[in-house]
Design a protein around this ligand. Structure first.
Ligand code: NAD
Ligand code: UD1
Length: 337
């Protein structure tokens, strides 16, 4: 039996594929490359020395998806495929709702049709909105502030209703905190198109001389140094959490939710300093206005993931910075290098 990976050519999907292939799992991958490159899949083959089936399929094309599931002995799915840029989701809400929600509905219908009722879903800490306190546990109230976050929360609710209607499903909702870093080989990593929105890709491009100066969005937050605090997690640790989630899903039915973070909050300035320490490169920065929608602090209590999945993060912040830079240095223009 094989595991269907949707969005496997993306940043988190490609790293997860490596962990699954190394664990001897059989994978069938679909992606439409709307935010990724085929080269990422070649690199996964190169790192692991293992092969997998790939189909260039859009989740919105239900017939094509049906054919893949029907013909490939799929018994479970890790569902990464979706659009993820907060700003773009505010500008193009219909695109986001259609792609993320309809895509997921098509996927769940097809999986149910062929009895593959086991899914791990990529949710996000964004579903906690602006938390009343930190660290965040899974039972915190849920809310969102933008269409991207809304799609994640809606999908969580859809999955709950699917389970309530049919208790044969096994569903793991992983709420990722801030994934950064890259595979140690430097062969795969995050490859943002255009100007990066997120902190680490921006710092990495400053370090590489592609951008002049990091703008730190505000130093008047209610945090120890005034800059925003987040829970950064190495993408390889995050990838490993999916393996644990599938292993559990293979033994139980139900729906459950897990925070996937380290439990440690770092400020923007902490990250700048850690990056400088890990790479020996000075990061130019200036303090600018706050970015609308940003919150003071967001970090996980990851205890449940440890107790139930037997998973915890192993890489520290310097590993994350070093591996980010290693990927950037080896691939100055990402997969186009
Ligand atoms: P990514 O954009 O690198 O990967 C997503 C992949 O899905 C891309 O390869 C894209 O081409 C593909 N895709 C999108 N829509 C598709 C469709 N309709 N049909 C087929 N393929 C489609 O993103 P990522 O960082 O790897 O994130 C993976 C998942 O994790 C996403 O659902 C994202 O919302 C979620 N997530 C990401 C972060 C983060 O910071 N990276 C944080 C929390 C949650
Ligand atoms: C962002 C998304 C969030 C998503 C998360 C996943 C936004 C508004 N939120 O969260 O929905 O779940 O990624 O990783 O995009 N910063 C700077 N300068 C920069 C970029 C960022 O100072 O150029 C600061 C931000 O203000 C924040 C921190 O760095 O304090 C982290 O920002 P970012 O990497 O964009 O992640 P989040 O905002 O936490």
């Amino acid at each position: 039996m094989a595991i269907l990976i949707t969005g496997g050519a993306g940043y988190i999907g490609s790293h997860t594929m490596v962990e699954f292939l190394n664990a001897g799992r059989e994978l069938v991958v679909v992606d439409n490359f709307m935010n990724s490159k085929p080269e990422a899949l070649e690199r996964v083959r190169k790192i692991t020395g293992k092969d997998f089936k790939f189909f260039q399929v859009d989740l919105l094309d239900k017939e094509a998806l049906d054919k893949v599931v029907r013909e490939n002995n799929i018994d479970s799915c890790i569902h990464f495929a979706g659009l993820k840029a907060v700003g773009e989701s505010c500008a193009k809400p219909m695109l986001y709702y259609h792609n993320n929600i309809t895509g997921t509905l098509n996927l769940c219908e097809v999986l149910a049709k062929y009895g593959a009722k086991r899914i791990v879903f990529s949710s996000s800490a964004t579903v906690y909105g602006n938390p009343a306190s930190v660290p965040i546990t899974e039972d915190f109230p849920l809310s969102t502030t933008n269409p991207y976050g809304e799609t994640k929360l809606m999908i969580e609710r859809i999955l709950k209703d699917i389970y309530n209607a049919d208790n044969e499903w096994s569903i793991s909702v992983l709420r990722y905190f801030n994934p950064i870093g890259a595979h140690k080989s430097g062969l795969i990593g995050e490859d943002p198109q255009g100007i990066p929105n997120n902190l680490l890709p921006y710092i990495t491009q400053v370090a590489a001389g592609r951008r002049e100066c990091l703008s730190i969005f505000g130093n008047d937050y209610n945090t120890p140094d005034g800059t925003g605090v987040r829970d950064y997690i190495h993408v390889v640790d995050l990838a490993r959490a999916h393996l644990k989630a599938i292993e559990l899903a293979e033994t139980v039915t139900g729906i459950d939710y897990f925070n996937i973070g380290t439990g440690v909050g770092y400020s923007v300035l902490d990250i700048v300093h850690a990056y400088e320490k890990a790479t020996g490169i000075k990061i130019n920065y200036k303090i600018t206005a706050r970015r609308p929608g940003d919150i003071d602090e967001c970090y996980a209590n990851p205890k449940k993931a440890y107790e139930v999945l037997g998973w915890k993060a192993e890489n520290n912040i310097e590993d994350m910075c070093r591996d980010s830079y290693n990927w950037q240095r080896q691939n100055p223009n990402g997969y186009d290098s």
